[in-house]
Design a protein around this ligand. Structure first.
Ligand code: 13P
Length: 231
């Protein structure tokens, strides 16, 4: 079983999301996880959560207790409305919301304490890749997680592959997934994200040490995403 995850980012509205769910039909054993904007989580969970189909949040507060954190949403709140998965550390959140490795790890721990499964995004910029520092950079991003005892889900999303149509080679993806896994004694799941579509998904899902995909743009089309889920 692979994990086929969608990240809608800040796209869609009520009508779009309703239509998407009406049009999404996939006959698959894979676990399908759909990351929606926060305001649509609760209604989508009520209408669409099934055993191998889950709704995910795209971010969460690093603060565990209620308090004066205007605009934030806690793990307890996500749990309250039935969210079972949450993306953290996406490169867009690192860039636009100033998140760092420390805060991503705090978020991971908050989610864990409410039994929500985090999907931890990591990935290097083109500059870092070209300087051949990508392995060290990823080691830094996952350093704090080395003490975690549970199974961890990482999504390796090289920034230069997000929304660009560029996909790393099989060697580059496999090198990185085994590099990530080499830091841990426990089972670690590695998804690949960055310009995944229904044409390249089978090849990516067949790569060594790749346990699923995290799909941005192509997930907004329900039929295209169903094809990825069935690949
Ligand atoms: P794209 O699939 O649009 O490249 O986005 C990937 C991504 O950022 C998923 O989190």
């Amino acid at each position: 079983m692979k994990i086929i995850a969608a990240n809608f980012k800040m796209n869609g509205d009520k009508e779009f999301i309703d239509n998407w769910f009406q049009n999404f039909e996939a006959d698959t054993e894979n676990l399908v996880v759909v990351g929606l904007p926060a305001i649509y989580l609760e209604s989508s969970i009520q209408n669409f959560n099934k055993s191998n189909f889950k709704i995910a949040a795209q971010n969460v507060s690093k603060f565990i207790n209620p308090g004066a954190y205007t605009g934030q949403m806690s793990s307890a709140m996500l749990n309250d409305v039935g969210v079972e998965f949450c993306i953290v550390g996406h490169s867009e959140a690192r860039e636009h919301l100033c998140e760092d490795n420390e805060s991503v790890y705090e978020k991971y721990n908050c989610l864990k304490s409410f039994s929500i499964t985090p999907i931890v995004c990591i990935g290097e910029s083109l500059e870092i890749r070209e300087a051949n520092n990508h392995l060290d950079f990823i080691s830094d991003q996952i350093e704090k997680f080395k003490t975690a005892e549970d199974k961890i889900i990482f999504a390796y999303e090289p920034i230069w592959a997000i929304g660009t149509g560029l996909v790393p080679t099989q060697e580059q993806i496999e090198e990185m997934s085994s590099h990530i896994k080499s830091h841990f004694s426990q089972q670690v799941t590695v998804l690949y994200g960055g310009s995944v579509n229904s044409k390249n998904s089978s090849e990516i899902l067949n790569m060594n040490n790749i346990d699923g995909v995290l799909v941005g743009g192509a997930s907004l089309n329900a039929e295209e995403f169903a094809n990825i889920a069935q690949s």
